[in-house]
Design a binder for this molecule. Structure first.
Ligand code: NAD
Ligand code: UDP
Length: 316
């Protein structure tokens, strides 16, 4: 049995990953400081004897005995990572140093949840892994973007210097059940607004684009990447190449919820990337033909059903 550490395991992606790893028969140690995650995301796993939940902040060292590490700890939504930007950079950088140190002591394989934000406001489209990005180092998104870029640097230096087995995934926008209802990300915002019949908040003219991957497809990509041979380090793009304007997303959410919500236009936040779409050729080649299987319409239907239940239960 493999003993696996998931940092940020009580968050949106982390909780789905813990679930999948337990289903595969592994022991899972979930570490989280509950900054944006919640115990309720993993409450259904607490009775499983192979699951353990530990409150811990990854900016401090951690001494545990594990064979594999998935490092997901980091707030992911702009309003959360901009709330305490110094802590965001510390989480990415000190967190990476601490988890890499743990991996080095244990000779454990380690996965990093990096991001499409390393490409910034990309000057090439779609984005390929060899592109170095177009990132503002001093803007309001920099704590996240530069923190994640520095974490990638640390991963590759530990790999070169200490022979560590690393797996770096560049994750593009992912959505699904257990996103925080108030975390400000576009899919959760629009779905919750539509279900409540409130105005849909479209930033700018809504012509900026994103590519949305359903959580189950993403988690499948994580596990396949972790299980590749030692020669595979990444970075590997993981995401759904279907590209939509944010306005089109708003219209889809209104149509699928049958909502009477209208669209309200708000100012575009600074440094908001204008377009984003992953080139997933490398993932397809390296991860045994991996590619998303759930399109936006299907994924939205499941996400809408989740938030509908949450709102009706009074939990949001
Ligand atoms: P999330 O906010 O739901 O999860 C992050 C988790 O990390 C939360 O449970 C939070 O409490 C925990 N955390 C934050 N700081 C911590 C710290 N210092 N110590 C311990 N735990 C801490 O976000 P998510 O969408 O599940 O994202 C998970 C990871 O994937 C993040 O690293 C994020 O940057 C990355 N990612 C996500 C997306 C996406 O679209 N969801 C896109 C790109 C990258
Ligand atoms: N966005 C929007 N309305 C919202 C929330 C987000 O129009 O209520 C836009 C935002 O400006 C961005 C896109 O949706 O262009 C995706 O935003 P999100 O915060 O989900 O992710 P990121 O910008 O990090 O890709």
């Amino acid at each position: 049995m493999t003993r696996i550490l998931v940092t940020g395991g009580a968050g949106f992606l982390g909780s789905h990953l813990c679930e999948r790893l337990l289903e595969a028969g592994h022991e899972v140690l979930c570490v989280d400081n509950f900054y944006t995650g919640a115990r309720r995301n993993v409450a259904h796993l607490l009775g499983n004897p192979n699951f353990e939940l530990m409150r811990h902040d990854v900016t401090f060292p951690l001494f545990v005995e594990v064979d594999e590490i998935y490092n997901l700890a980091c707030p992911a939504s702009p309003i959360h990572y901009q709330h305490d930007p110094v802590q965001t950079t510390k989480t990415s950088v000190h967190g990476a140093i601490n988890m890499l140190g743990l991996a080095k002591r244990r000779r454990a394989k380690i996965f990093q949840a990096s991001t499409s934000e390393v490409y910034g406001d990309p000057a090439i489209h779609p984005q390929i892994e060899s592109y170095w990005g177009n990132v503002n180092p001093i803007g309001i998104r920099s704590c996240y973007d530069e923190g994640k870029r520095c974490a990638e640097t640390l991963f590759f230096d530990y790999h070169r210097q200490n022979g560590l087995r690393i797996k770096v995934a560049r994750i593009f926008n992912t959505y699904g059940p257990r996103m925080h209802p108030n975390d400000g990300r576009v899919v959760s915002n629009f779905v919750v607004q539509a279900l409540k019949g409130e105005p849909i908040t479209l930033y700018g003219e809504g012509l900026q684009t994103r590519s949305f991957c359903y959580v189950d497809d993403m988690v499948e990509g994580f596990i396949r990447l972790m299980n590749t041979g030692d020669n595979v380090t990444g970075p590997v793009n993981l995401g759904n190449p279907g590209e939509f304007t944010i306005r089109a997303l708003a219209e889809m959410v209104v149509a699928q919820t049958g909502s009477r919500s209208t669209i309200t236009y708000l100012p575009l936040p600074s440094d908001d990337p204008r377009q984003r779409r992953p080139d997933i050729s490398l993932a397809r080649e390296t991860l045994d033909g991996w590619q998303p299987t759930i399109d936006l319409e299907q994924g939205l239907a499941r996400t809408i059903a989740y938030f509908d239940g949450l709102l009706k239960s009074g939990a949001a």
